[in-house]
Design a protein around this ligand. Structure first.
Ligand code: ZN
Ligand code: ZN
Ligand code: ZN
Length: 192
């Protein structure tokens, strides 16, 4: 028997196309009895009535699917570098306190990196270091930042020698830290 093209939802009573129903291999029609919209409404009601169970279920799902979720996220970030950067920027804007706390925690966790960065900033201001226009690695100018920051960044191979830097474009910088060239917009931790 070929499955029906249209089906009546047992909840709302509307006749809808089969694509409006989730699959259910136990059912003769191969589809669940209520439509996706009714199921969404029912599950939202259930979550509202059982917020703790819902949170626990959500946590469990994330735990059990952690790898898949993080793989998906990584892939999406790679394929959408500009949207990722935009989301990061918006998150920082809407979570100023948390963003500041993150930055502070990072500085405290890597005091040497932070000192090295500060040294570089000072040396740049005083002209003891000059930021070149081209990447030492690929010779390119680097992908520009929307906010006008230079895409050529100081990279430290050794934070205990703060003025011994390599000037790398964003992408080469990421590659240096991660061993590949992801397309993701990302400022490597501890470098500028
Ligand atoms: Zn329905
Ligand atoms: Zn480069
Ligand atoms: Zn670096």
């Amino acid at each position: 028997m070929t499955p029906p093209e249209y089906k009546r939802c047992t909840k709302c009573g509307e006749t809808k196309h089969r694509s409006e129903f989730n699959r259910d291999s136990h059912k003769k029609s191969g589809l669940q009895s209520s439509c996706k919209r009714c199921q969404r409404i029912a599950s939202r009601k259930w979550r509202e009535k059982n917020p703790e169970k819902a949170a626990e279920r959500n946590r469990r799902w994330h735990r059990e699917n952690r790898e898949r979720v993080s793989e998906n996220n990584k892939r999406w970030n790679k394929e959408n570098p500009d949207r990722r950067a935009e989301l990061n920027r918006r998150w920082t804007e809407q979570n100023r306190d948390r963003a500041a706390a993150h930055a502070k925690a990072k500085r405290e966790r890597y005091p040497q990196k932070e000192q090295a960065r500060a040294e570089v900033r000072r040396a740049l201001r005083q002209g003891r270091l000059v930021r070149p226009e081209y990447c030492e690695e690929c010779g390119g100018e680097g992908r520009p930042y929307k906010d006008g920051r230079s895409p050529i960044q100081a990279h430290h191979d050794d934070y205990s020698r703060p003025l011994d830097v390599r000037w790398l474009c964003r992408d080469c910088h990421i590659a240096t830290h991660h061993g590949e060239r992801p397309a993701m917009a990302f400022v490597a931790p501890g470098c500028q």
